[in-house]
Design a protein around this ligand. Structure first.
Ligand code: TXA
Ligand code: MG
Length: 349
């Protein structure tokens, strides 16, 4: 399949190109587009056949439901039932924005979009290109992250091209995303609502709006434990090609341990990578060291995370050691993604 690649400027949006993308979606095709979190791979959410194409393009397990993207609140009433007062409050404060909510679905939403579930995940993205595309098409757009299943999510169009060129109809290059990790997922079918995937919108921010919010503990704990409630969270995810091991503990001890491990592995002839931070990068003497950002600026860590994991795929590194981070606020999301990227390989010191 030939993939059309078009650049669209976020500030000065080219209407003709949006129309072209929207026509592809309306005829059941696949278009990758930027959102404020990561790039999404869009299809008509209410067209069962179109939604199915997403799974084959990504190599995604068919029981992993998609998030439906909308541009106005009235679209929510078309696809979801039992929308509570709490949900309305959250919408008022956080939409458009990096927050997905789970509701009971209406019949109109096909099971191929919801992975066979009777619930549907919905969000309103805060990106002018995404909103223009949804509005122009008049559709609700199902869009998972636009990566091959299991790989790190794409934060620039180049990542989408690497994974999906030749497998989908169109890629919109809308520059860098703003946040760099996927939306927070909040299940509104239970009370108190429960965070199924941590993200930029934190528990504290949500509790400030609606009171008590629970967290699916499997998403943040560094221990191997139970089955997560969001089907997608059980799969190996965000993984670089090399083995990734998370080193958790006091920073000084972590640096010391990583240096020892790097030397040991190099002696065995293994190529070592290290994910460090601006604060620690000068303290590593072995391996290929890349900084994730500044510990005092967790947004920078989130923003660079997937790009750094993909950078290592361009090298011949075989084993990557990564510093861990405090799992408070945005740190919850960062630790959650690192934990998954490492398939729970964690050395606690
Ligand atoms: O920021 C984002 O959310 C990005 C952009 C493109 O919007 N999308 C995204 O989609 O991350 P995806 O497919 O990579 O992740 C969707 C997650 C999966 O873990 C899936 O299992 C969960 O949402 N999910 C979707 N519908 C669900 C439902 N009805 N119940 C529980 N979990 C659901
Ligand atoms: Mg994904």
């Amino acid at each position: 399949m030939y993939t059309i690649i078009e650049k669209i400027d976020t500030i000065n949006i080219n209407k003709e190109k949006i129309k072209q993308a929207s026509n592809i979606l309306k005829s059941g095709g696949l278009v990758a587009f930027p959102t404020e979190t990561v790039y999404g791979l869009g299809a008509d959410a209410l067209n069962a056949e179109a939604a199915k194409k997403i799974y084959s393009a990504k190599g995604r397990p068919s029981d992993n439901p998609l998030i439906v993207h909308i541009a106005k609140e009235s679209s929510l009433d078309l696809i979801a039932e039992d929308i509570s007062e709490k949900s309305r409050k959250i919408i008022k404060r956080f939409w458009p924005g990096p927050l997905t909510m789970i509701f009971n679905k209406k019949e109109i939403v096909p099971y191929s979009t919801t992975g066979g579930l009777d619930t549907v995940a919905v969000r309103m993205p805060d990106n002018p290109i995404a909103l223009a595309l949804i509005e122009e098409s008049g559709l609700c757009i199902a869009a998972p992250s636009a990566n091959t299943s299991g790989k790190p999510s794409p934060t620039i169009s180049g990542h989408v091209i690497d994974d999906l060129d030749g497998r989908i109809d169109m890629i919109i290059d809308g520059g860098n995303v703003g946040i760099g990790i996927e939306s927070t997922i909040l299940d509104m079918t239970c009370d108190p609502p429960m965070i199924l995937r941590p993200g930029f919108i934190t528990k504290e921010m949500l509790e400030d709006t609606i009171g008590k919010v629970d967290v699916d503990k499997t998403t943040i704990s560094l221990k191997q434990d139970f089955k997560p409630k969001a089907p997608g969270m059980k799969y190996r995810h965000y993984a670089p090609d090399a083995e990734l091991i998370l080193i958790s503990g006091k920073l000084d001890s972590v640096i010391e341990k990583i240096n020892i491990l790097a030397i040991e592995n190099e002696k065995k002839g293994k190529k070592v990578g290290i994910i460090a931070t601006e604060e620690s990068i000068g303290q590593y003497s072995h391996g290929k060291v890349i900084s994730l950002g500044n510990r005092n600026n967790p947004s920078s860590l989130a923003y660079n995370l997937y790009n750094v994991l993909r950078e290592f795929n361009k090298t011949d590194v075989q084993i990557i050691y990564c510093e861990s981070f405090p799992d408070d606020n945005l740190g919850q999301a960062i630790v959650n993604r690192l934990k998954k990227a490492s398939s729970n390989k964690i050395i606690q010191i």
